[in-house]
Design a protein around this ligand. Structure first.
Ligand SMILES: [Zn+2]
Length: 224
């Protein structure tokens, strides 16, 4: 009697040999619950949905056997490592932009998406992300989350703005945000300008008074 690997069909005389055996198809099967692989699989389904009209018949096995498996998984892992804001939206965006799959894991491309996304996401999503980020900062610094923009290191805050953790929704609608912006030097302002472009945001906030007022109230109540 032999033991057969169900993934690559290789035969083994001992069951223990099969148990320790590792092949690419088996590895792909075992990796299916890894976050980056899940994101890659979702992108693969979305790709079929948009290009072929339906992804209903595609299974994880189809994905694992696809010649595009590695490229999609690379994209999924890129989303995890870069801490991409809203990976599902990023996937839809790259697909709609008709970008080639091997170009999807590009920081330049992600930045382009982020600048687009920050202007169209909801006020609630923007505030929730900033608050979540401030809680992590507060835990590390033994500080109060609402003091992030008040007492955080300016370079750390600038980084949080350019990677999308702190949005213009927060900066323009909180006392500590306004103060932070007014204290920046020219070089610092230039770095964050594309993300908080006052010309764009003044207009955007003026045209959406309900959300602007709600953001101000929420941030004031939270002590920002
Ligand atoms: Zn095998």
């Amino acid at each position: 009697m032999t033991y057969t690997c169900q993934y690559c069909k290789k035969d083994f005389i001992r069951e223990s040999s099969l148990a320790v055996h590792c092949c690419e198809p088996k590895r792909r099967h075992q990796d299916q619950n890894e976050v980056g692989v899940r994101l890659g699989f979702n992108a693969y389904l979305k790709f079929y949905e948009l290009t072929q009209g339906s992804a209903k018949l595609k299974t994880y096995t189809d994905f694992a056997e696809s010649p595009y498996y590695k490229a999609f998984v690379k994209f999924g892992r890129y989303c995890v490592n870069t801490r991409v804001v809203n990976p599902a939206r990023f996937t839809e965006w790259v697909l709609k932009q008709n970008k080639k799959l091997d170009y999807w894991c590009s920081d330049k491309l992600y930045d382009e998406y982020l600048l687009y996304y920050l202007k169209v996401e909801t006020m609630e999503d923007a505030l929730a992300r900033a608050i979540e980020h401030s809680i992590k900062w507060a835990e590390e610094k033994s500080a109060a989350p609402q003091d992030f923009l008040r007492y955080g290191n300016p370079n750390v805050i600038i980084h949080a703005i350019t990677n999308g953790r702190v949005s213009a929704w927060v900066l323009y609608n909180s006392d500590s945000g306004q103060k932070f912006l007014s204290d920046l030097n020219e070089e610092q302002r230039n770095i964050i300008w594309p993300y908080i472009d006052a010309d764009v945001w003044t207009k955007k906030l003026r045209e959406d008074p309900a959300n602007r007022i709600e953001a101000q109230e929420l941030l004031t109540q939270a002590g920002w």
